[in-house]
Each structure stands twice: as structure tokens, then as C-alpha cells.
Design a protein around this ligand. Structure first.
Ligand SMILES: [Zn+2]
Length: 400
């Protein structure tokens, strides 16, 4: 009898401690990497209009890495309830994009990105080159040739596969130290993201380079403003800005510029260019949340991405000469939603795997020429349509 009472007391005190811990530490939803309180759902869920004006001055291409239909659904239902809409879902033209690469049914981000940036398919792992080693011209390079301003804005390292395919050419996505050198040489006006470790020489402790080259010093010598804090980004001026806000990828929490803040600043820096601008913004970490089969992580990253989409849409709605295209390079995880409530609470998820899948991904478009993106298309068609919208001939182009 005495023993039983003791066990009872232990149970009570265990429960009390548990309740106390939950009160003190909060529930898991309040961890910064799961917090979605930054997201303000739109009150007006109507579609943006189809614009008649034909001339495209600027292009903002936003790529949600690993963002399939279910990732969009999950983020919408969690953040707005089933009846709401994300910003990207207010874009008037929608379509489907097939994602296979040259050698695989299931693409990686290098081959998927190369298709979106060059209009050509290549093998998995290859950055803006043919499997045989010929450079493909990228839509960013074609825009540069026309005197347009250019920008790349990401939350991964700036040398990761998706940004790389727009301004470098190399047989393996793993060669991030070499990609850093190529990005600096490329002269892209605005480069914002993570990956400082690839821009500093081996002798500095945090460096991930195998040599004593310093792409950061080379960029400075070329006239880039080099920054690494949110305040410096806010104050940044000039036509060449390299912002590397972490050694590795961005944390997407704490005192870092958000993807939306970086996109907003990139637009402000590029807008004065008299020939317009081309900019790519990547929601890099949607893919990582899905590789981890972590719905809270993936949803938060879709919402951070959607805030950047909002910035692009507001700029385009005001200027009416800017084409905004939102798409993905592939789906990750084989995500589906298996239960939950209309208000977005209690969502249940199922995942098919921890890697990429072969299913189609969405494309959304708004602005002059948006209608080009209607219907079912190949990933290579996206780059080709961007070149048509800009009136660039001789594209896609394989360089000898
Ligand atoms: Zn991936």
C-alpha cells in the first residue's frame, strides 16, 4: 500500500513537471524555425488582372525549390484555412511544368535549374552545360548582353545549384569554390544569400576553399559593395552588391534579412537600370524541409517564399511592365495531405520518400506576356518563353 502511494506521487509529480515544462518552454509550434507569425494572409483573394500591354521591361523569376502542388496546398491551408489564397495563387495565368532531366526521370536541382535558365536539358548534377561539356547561354546572360541589370537572391549558399545555373558553367554542382569565382567574374549586379565560406581563402578558419584565392577580394576589386548584415543591406547603394549573410546557408530566423527583404532591396537596386532587369529569387529551403519530411519546416519556407512573391507582385502591379513567373524545379518528398480541419488546424501529412519525385510542378504568371505560361509545358519551355517575352532572338544557344 505504501509502495502504491509512492508510485502515485511519482506520477503526479512527473505530470506536474511536464505541464510546467510545456508552460515554460512553449509547444513545438513556437520554435523560431516553425514560427509562421510573420506571414500576413491576403484579405483580397481575387486574381490579379491579365495585362494587355505587350512590352516586358523587367522579369522576376521566383523558383520554389522542391515546391510541388501539395507544398503549396499545405502552406495555404495552414496559413489561411482552406478558403484562402497565397499571394502566388492570385496570379492570373497558371500551368504545369514537366521536370525530367536529360538522363533521369527524376531531376536534381542542377539539371532542373539548367532547363529553367537555359532552355536545354542536361544530366543531373551539371550546371548550365551540355552533358558533353558545351556551355549553354543562360537567360540571365542574354539579359546582360542586352544591357539589363541582373540579380540572384537565395537563402541557400549563392553558389548552390539553382543560383549557379544562371551565371556559371561547370560539370559538377559540387564545385562551389570554383562557382564562387565564376559568379564574381559574371558581373551579376546583385548577389544576395549565404555561402561566404566559399569566398574567403583557405587560411581563414571558416573557409571551405582548397586554395588561397579570395573571390571576395576579387569582387571588391571589381567594384562590388561587400555586405554581410541586415543593416548594411538596408543602407546598400550602387550597381554591384554582393551580400553574403552567413558562412553557410541562411538560417531564415533571427537577425538576418528575410528572402522578401532581400528581394525588395534587389528590386530597388536594379530598378534604375535604363534597359530593365532580370532577377531570380529562390525559396531554397522548401526542398530541405521536404528532404527531412518535416511539414512545419517546408510550410514555413513556402510562406517565406510567398512573402517574396508578394513583393514582386506589388512591384509588377504598380509598374505594369514587369513579368513575374513563379515555378519550381521539381517536387520533393511525394507529399500529400491526408487529413485536417477547414481552418488549417490538425493537418495530417504523408510522404512517399525523402528525395525528389517525377511529378509535374505548378507555374504561375502575372504581367505582360504572362499568357505564354498557360497550359502544360516542359521545364525547358520556361526559359524559351522568358526569352520570347523579352524579345531575345537566338535563344536557346549552345556555345562552341
Ligand atoms: Zn533536393
Amino acid at each position: 500500500m505504501k509502495k502504491l502511494n509512492f508510485g502515485y506521487l511519482v506520477t503526479i509529480s512527473f505530470l506536474a513537471t511536464l505541464i510546467f515544462s510545456i508552460t515554460i518552454y512553449g509547444n513545438p509550434q513556437e520554435k523560431p524555425e516553425q514560427d509562421i507569425s510573420f506571414y500576413k494572409p491576403v484579405t483580397d483573394i481575387s486574381s490579379y488582372p491579365l495585362l494587355k500591354k505587350k512590352r516586358v521591361r523587367n522579369i522576376i523569376l521566383l523558383i520554389g525549390d522542391g515546391m510541388g502542388f501539395a507544398q503549396v496546398d499545405a502552406a495555404r491551408i495552414r496559413a489561411t484555412g482552406a478558403a484562402g489564397r497565397l499571394n502566388m495563387e492570385r496570379m492570373p495565368v497558371t500551368g504545369f511544368v514537366k521536370t525530367h532531366s536529360a538522363n533521369r526521370l527524376i531531376t536534381d536541382s542542377a539539371a532542373g535549374g539548367t532547363a529553367l535558365s537555359t532552355g536545354f536539358k542536361t544530366n543531373n548534377g551539371v550546371i548550365a552545360m551540355s552533358p558533353g561539356g558545351k556551355n549553354f547561354m543562360t537567360i540571365l546572360e542574354a539579359a546582360q548582353k542586352r544591357g539589363m541589370g541582373t540579380g540572384l537572391v537565395v537563402t541557400s549558399t549563392i553558389t548552390d545549384a539553382t543560383p549557379s545555373v544562371f551565371a556559371s558553367h561547370i560539370v559538377s554542382r559540387k564545385s562551389q569554390p570554383e562557382i564562387a569565382l565564376q559568379l564574381v567574374k559574371s558581373g551579376v549586379n546583385v548577389l544576395l544569400g549565404g555561402g561566404k565560406e566559399f569566398f574567403i581563402p583557405k587560411s581563414i578558419k571558416e573557409s571551405k576553399r582548397g586554395d588561397e584565392q579570395s573571390p571576395l577580394d576579387e569582387a571588391r576589386a571589381k567594384g562590388y559593395l561587400i555586405i554581410d548584415t541586415r543593416q548594411q543591406l538596408a543602407d546598400a547603394k550602387g550597381d554591384h552588391v554582393l551580400g553574403l549573410f552567413q558562412m553557410d546557408s541562411l538560417k531564415t530566423t533571427g537577425d538576418e534579412p528575410s528572402l522578401a527583404e532581400m528581394a525588395q532591396k534587389a528590386i530597388a537596386l536594379l530598378k534604375p537600370n535604363k534597359n530593365g532587369f532580370f532577377m531570380m529569387v529562390e525559396g531554397s529551403q522548401i526542398d530541405w524541409g521536404c528532404h527531412a519530411n518535416n511539414p512545419d519546416y517546408a510550410i514555413r519556407q513556402v510562406l517565406l517564399f510567398d512573402e517574396a512573391v508578394k513583393v514582386a507582385l506589388e512591384f509588377a502591379a504598380e509598374n505594369k511592365d514587369t513579368l513575374v513567373v513563379v515555378t519550381a524545379d521539381h517536387e520533393t518528398g511525394g507529399l500529400t495531405i491526408v487529413g485536417g480541419n477547414l481552418d488549417g488546424s490538425g493537418l495530417g501529412f504523408a510522404w512517399a520518400k525523402k528525395d525528389h519525385t517525377a511529378v509535374q510542378v505548378p507555374v504561375y504568371a502575372f504581367g505582360p506576356q504572362a499568357i505564354l505560361f498557360m497550359g502544360v509545358q516542359d521545364n525547358t519551355d520556361v526559359a524559351r518563353k522568358l526569352s520570347i517575352a523579352l524579345g531575345i532572338g537566338n535563344f536557346p544557344l549552345k556555345q562552341e
